[in-house]
Ligand binder design. Sequence first.
Ligand SMILES: [Zn+2]
Length: 438
Amino acid sequence: MEDRFWDRKIELLPREGLEALQTERLRETVQKAGRAPFYRKAFSQQGITPEQIKGLDDLRRLPFTTKQDLRSGFPDGFLAVDRSDVVRMHASSGTTGRPIVVYHSRGDIRQWTDRVARCLYMAGVRRSDVFQNMMGYGLFTGGLGLHYGAETLGAMVIPMGAGNSRRQVRFIQQFGTTVAHIIPSYSLKLLETFDAMGIDPKKDTRLRILVVGAEPHSEEVRNRIEEAYGVFAVNCYGLSEMSGPGVAFECPRKNGLHAWEDSYILEIVDPDTLEPLPDGETGEIVLTTLRREAMPLIRYRTRDLAMAHPGTCSCGRAHRRLSRIKGRTDDMLIIKGVNVYPIQVEQVLMVFEEVGNNYLILLDREGPADRMTVRIEMSPEMRSRGRGELEALRKKIIHSLRGEILFTPKVDFVEPGTLPAGEGKALRVIDNRPGGET
Ligand SMILES: [Zn+2]
């Protein structure tokens, strides 16, 4: 029964078949979108009628949709069906007062759920698995999205939600949890709890897969997670505007995340010129929904930066593969005139085995010049070292960072437990520069 989530017909569809399917679904999507007030107006302003969109080449004639558009369309500007056909809504936190709202019809929820089940099956999750969902439930899509996907696949789901580390560890043991869904930085933080409870996650638990998502992370962080837990740490990508998790997911070959092109059209564009970029070049991910009923979105600018890997995957799936997210355009820091993404710093730090899992980037201004300080929590191994050895390590880290970010940062080692660490997404940057944002 679970085998229905290995959808060979769709997953192994050759490129031409996939594009034919996308063409058909793009036409339907444009028709549907035209019923929403925002697109009705946008199409008429650009002199486009849905009937003119005949093939994938016509996609470029359609306008982009931005986060700002979604905010200004609050609450119902993007709704393409009758309110009575909506069965659920999700919303972003909306620090500015107007959250981004995404409505789902019954069909949307079913599509999303089946897609998540497909992702999990591809990663190796089966109905015999015990799936501990350590993501926040509620308006955030990470919790419910994976919950329904895993349950539909037939796994036993433990809906823990985020936080309460000791109880998480106890449940992993008591119920023989084999798969967990967890934020990557929290999975590293949780190692301290395992340690304090005298439990080795590798030897004393049945964990075999960790689904890590909701936070861009580096390959080095994945390696650390896999090493400490003895698991396959599968990378997943999604965003609530595109329903949630399950937009793209890694297959066990670990060479990129298959973006499900039967459900989305994937474009990578230059974030400045908005011109489409070829596979292999990094730019902003732009997505068009192909199956959504209540709230179709056209050419949505995600602000996430990645590339599509050229060529096909040895697993046989023709769906293109996204690289790891290299940053969000929102996260980009301009320091001494240089563009820096926090993940670049992480990549460098995590290569040093001695360095602990928690770090913080502090920005301030000294006179007219920006100053960047990287605070690193010391691992037990570092604390046992002499001053001279620590100094040598600090110099090596500074040297590697300079090679990556092209200027010389300050590096401080601090005692374990002194940097802010929560149970949600990690705080990695504090910008104290005048006009800077924390
Ligand atoms: Zn693959």
